[in-house]
Design a protein around this ligand. Structure first.
Ligand SMILES: Cc1cc2nc3c(=O)[nH]c(=O)nc-3n(C[C@H](O)[C@H](O)[C@H](O)COP(=O)(O)O)c2cc1C
Length: 399
């Protein structure tokens, strides 16, 4: 069975004792469990109990000295987050987007594809209160999955719906959320910009950061695929197997080596490959030697020649069928123009999916993109990189 990082959040309900049984089960199943408790939760179950069950420190305070960034790091660490028991108070706070405690801040810092589950536990009147009903609906639209409470006698002595699901049902729901893909793909992702040496210290490059490739690599790995990130040395890193490159030639060689080995199912070619190679560096008409630092006082002439498109040859390097995802970046194009360019790239036959995005639409954290698939007229719209990762994984690995 595969081991996952489970972030378990307890809030203030008598059902906290049932949550301890679920925590214990996760640990016995081999998962790594970290616990967060609200102040109210600690009035029902001792912190020492959870530390003992998990063998890990329990986080309770947004402001704890030395652990101030846990509201980000814990959510990045987690493969899945479960709020259990989930009080009416916490559900309403999360739906309101409040971040004044550790639980609220963790939720706000969540990456959009990360599974969050909630096992509500409360008095039937609290569960059916319009505020709670609206909060649940809102959280569902944000992707939170609810582990339905059962009917019966609640701790307050009233009968109705609101009784927390049994621990084994909580564990089953979390396991289902962690389910690995039907097929584990070997995925090679390229990212960042190539850099052509002008001399021993200067390069001709582009503005690619590699953020998209890094995000895709993390997501595909989290989905259980075997991921290698082939990234530019200056590009954003990711906690996956990495190989770095500098120039076009290094990238081409790295791709050829890995693909000709024949154990790759998919290439997601997100790298910004330079369109030109440097044919010659000249000062006053004279070709300069490579490898040393050129004098900056004299005017310099670069002779550039177009590079062959790597995308066009990737499939030919693989001895077995290879899915290729290409990227088409336009600048100030309409969506229709982008679609046409994406389809043209696909007609050449070298790619199966094309991601189109337009530079003019990109802003900090905003990355609208369309995914086009061979033989289909309509594309899949993605609001940001996380959605892009989600849809690409679904398209490449349909269940
Ligand atoms: C004995 C007792 C039992 C409680 N049980 C619940 C419960 O099951 N569900 C719930 O939503 N609130 C329950 N509450 C109220 C919450 O503990 C209270 O709203 C608290 O502020 C929740 O804080 P939290 O959401 O930050 O954990 C209970 C309170 C008491 C005193």
């Amino acid at each position: 069975m595969c081991v996952s990082n489970v972030l378990f959040i307890l809030t203030g309900s008598i059902a906290g004792y049932k949550a301890c049984a679920a925590v214990s089960q996760f640990v016995q199943d081999g998962h790594v469990v970290r616990v967060v408790m609200t102040e109210a939760a600690q009035r029902f179950v001792g912190r020492a109990t959870l530390e003992g069950l998990t063998g890990q420190p329990v986080a309770t305070d947004l402001w704890e000295p030395g652990r101030a960034m846990e509201h980000i790091s814990l959510t990045r660490w987690a493969d899945v987050v479960v709020v259990c028991p989930a009080t009416a108070n916490t559900l309403n706070k999360l739906a309101a987007g409040l971040g004044d405690d550790l639980v609220g801040a963790l939720f706000l810092a969540r990456e959009s594809g990360q599974p969050w589950l909630a096992a509500p536990a409360m008095n039937p009147a609290m569960w059916t209160h319009p505020a709670t009903v609206a909060a649940v609906e809102k959280l569902q639209t944000w992707g939170v999955r609810f582990i339905e409470p059962g009917r019966g006698r609640t701790a307050c002595g009233e009968t109705g719906e609101g009784r927390m699901a049994e621990p084994e049902n909580v564990v089953a729901a979390v396991e289902a959320a962690l389910a690995k893909p039907a097929k584990r793909l070997k995925v090679l992702i390229t990212s960042g910009g190539t850099a052509e040496p002008i001399d021993g210290v200067r390069v001709l490059t582009n503005t690619s950061t590699g953020a998209t490739g890094a995000r895709l690599a993390r997501y595909f790995q989290r989905c259980g695929h075997d991921v290698t990130l082939l990234r530019a040395r200056t590009a954003v890193a990711a906690p996956v197997r990495e190989v770095t490159f500098g120039s076009y030639a290094e990238l081409a060689e790295a791709l050829r080596t890995r693909l000709s080995g024949g154990d790759c199912d998919v290439v997601i070619h997100a790298a910004a490959v330079g369109d030109f190679r440097i044919e010659a560096v000249k000062v006053a008409g004279e070709v300069q030697p490579t490898g040393r630092k050129l004098d900056s006082s004299a005017p310099l002439t670069l002779e550039l020649a177009p590079q062959p498109k790597l995308l066009a040859v990737l499939k030919t390097w693989s001895p077995r069928p290879l899915m290729v995802v290409g990227f088409k970046l336009t600048n100030g194009s309409t969506r229709e123009q982008g679609r046409q360019e994406a389809l043209e790239q696909m007609e050449a036959g070298a790619v199966d999916l094309v991601v189109h995005n337009d530079l003019a639409e990109q802003r900090e954290g905003v990355f609208p993109a369309m995914i086009y698939r061979r033989g289909e007229v309509a594309g899949v719209a993605c609001a940001d990189r996380q959605e892009l990762a989600f849809h690409l994984e679904q398209l490449l690995n349909p269940t």
